[in-house]
Write a protein that binds this ligand. Structure first.
Ligand code: GDP
Ligand code: GDP
Length: 455
């Protein structure tokens, strides 16, 4: 368990910094002993990362800042992730997967004096699939006589092998020039959502649930249309609205205005517009007409927002019209139809009377907070360790798959990667998700969990 914990700490250093920093991230991956750490030392121009002449030497820091030709970036040394727990191939594959998750570009180091091994080929496949830019470093080319070894690595299909001697510094400048070409100026927007400006809300729901009434109620005369586009009245617009002392951007609100709904294909366009609004938004406020039975269309809209990975608030509108009987049935419908979003904050409102309008903003803020939550890897693994000990995965085919460790790879929404020793069943995944929510909150946000299996 101690070793697994240690691995996790290493990943924390790497992912934690890689996920936050404003600098682009370069990951250095490759088999043990190809010279990754030596190369990282070259790149950072320091002797900080200890290199020892034996495999399996672990290092406590893995992310460094570096500069080349006036550009700064981060370098992640995966050299310390050793095979003790996972076995060599699995450990190298984990590095490659890490690079896929967290890096903007990858230096793949191969020992040119050994040539490409099966493990190297396997990593190439992973890297290719990820589509991240890769610079192939043919290391240990200490002199001109070894250049032919480097040329052999064309066979990997990753483009020109850069002949390098990390030990002596030969060729590292040319390689770094290639790295700079491959690295973007700023880290990638990894989770598909633009940042900055007012928080973006999509107010969605099927026709006649009360979207425009709600918007009018909360905003009154203050609605400011910010990008009225030329063309028909169908064009979507964004509106800036101040609520609770904060300016919010309601995106694509044209569908919200009162329109002549009933022409051919109106539903289709309404759902396209909903999808577009959800794409642009950070949080979806989904309006449900509480006076009517929850419909398939309501569920489709919910699914759309969940699948887009947005923070979610559910507002049950027209509360003023509900009698006791309807309230009873509504609760039963919510239990059965909206099980999948039991985690979403809920408000019972009336756009007509203004009931509970003041609860809308706190609910939105709660959902956004959940959406942005980051669990430190140390805490996550302490939690996973206890969970796995107390509730092991059921034995299958004489084997017991185990979650070895995990890390949060991203936020907005929270995304987790769990490393496991075997196939983790869907039921157990759901169990892990439930317990994660119990432990860390995540109110108002979908969470993604992916499992990497080490054979
Ligand atoms: P890592 O496990 O991939 O991080 O590899 P290390 O950086 O720890 O290097 C493994 C061994 O290869 C060490 O003994 C290094 O001194 C040696 N080494 C690294 N780069 C070179 C190189 O360019 N030329 C030669 N001859 N040896 C190197
Ligand atoms: P939209 O199509 O979602 O924008 O829905 P509208 O805002 O146009 O509302 C559709 C109808 O429902 C209108 O007749 C509204 O007056 C009515 N409505 C909206 N909100 C409420 C509410 O909270 N209570 C009641 N009783 N009627 C409402």
């Amino acid at each position: 368990a101690a070793q697994e914990g240690f691995e996790a700490e290493e990943i924390e250093g790497a992912l934690g910094e890689a996920g936050h920093g404003p600098l682009p991230v370069l990951a250095v991956v490759g088999r043990p002993n190809v010279g990754k750490s030596t190369l990282v030392n070259r790149i950072i121009g320091r002797r900080e990362a200890v290199v020892e002449d034996r495999p399996g030497v672990t290092r406590d820091r893995v992310t460094y800042e570096a500069e080349w030709a006036g550009r700064r970036f981060k370098v992640v040394d995966t050299g310390g992730w050793e095979q003790d727990v996972l076995g060599i191939d699995a450990s190298v594959a984990a590095q490659a997967e890490f690079a896929i998750e967290a890096a903007d570009a990858v230096v793949f180091v191969v020992d040119a004096t050994v040539g490409a091994t099966d493990t190297d080929e396997a990593v190439v496949k992973l890297l290719r699939r990820a589509g991240k830019p890769v610079v192939l470093c043919a290391n240990k080319v200490d002199g001109p006589s070894a250049e032919a070894d480097a040329a052999m690595l064309w066979s990997l299909g990753l483009g020109e092998p850069m002949p390098v001697s990390a030990l002596h510094g030969r060729g590292t400048g040319d390689m770094l020039d290639e790295v700079l070409k491959a690295l973007p100026e700023a880290p990638a927007q990894r989770f598909g959502v633009a940042v900055g400006g007012p928080r973006r809300i999509a107010l969605i729901g099927r026709p006649n649930v009360g979207k425009s009434s709600l918007l009018n109620k909360v905003a009154g005369e203050e609605r400011v249309v910010v990008n009225e586009l030329a063309g028909t009245t169908r064009d979507p617009v964004d509106e800036l609205i101040e609520l609770g002392g904060v300016t919010w951007k309601f995106v694509d609100t044209a569908g919200i205005r009162k329109r002549v709904h009933l022409q051919e294909g109106a539903d289709y366009y309404a759902s396209l517009r909903t999808a577009a609004a959800v794409e642009k938004a950070e949080v979806a406020v989904i309006l449900i007409d509480a006076s009517e039975t929850i419909s398939v269309q309501d569920q489709r809209i919910v699914t759309m927002a969940v699948e887009a990975g947005r923070a979610i608030v559910i507002a049950y509108n027209k509360w003023d019209t509900l009698d006791e009987e309807r309230r009873y049935y509504l609760e039963r419908e919510i239990e059965t139809e909206f099980q999948q979003i039991a985690w979403a904050p809920r408000v019972n409102v009336s756009a007509q009377t203004g009931r509970h309008m003041e609860k809308l903003v706190p609910a939105i803020e709660t959902a956004l907070a959940g959406w942005e939550t980051r669990v430190p890897t140390g805490r996550l693994n302490a939690f996973l360790g206890e969970l796995v000990a107390a509730h092991p995965h059921p034995i299958r085919g004489g084997k017991q798959p185990r979650i070895l460790f995990g890390t949060q790879a991203g936020t907005k929404p929270p995304r987790f990667v769990l490393f496991a020793s075997g196939f983790i069943e869907a039921g157990y995944r759901r169990f892990v998700e439930r317990r994660l929510r119990e432990e860390f909150g995540f109110e108002g946000t979908p969470i993604h969990i992916s499992v990497r299996v080490r054979e």
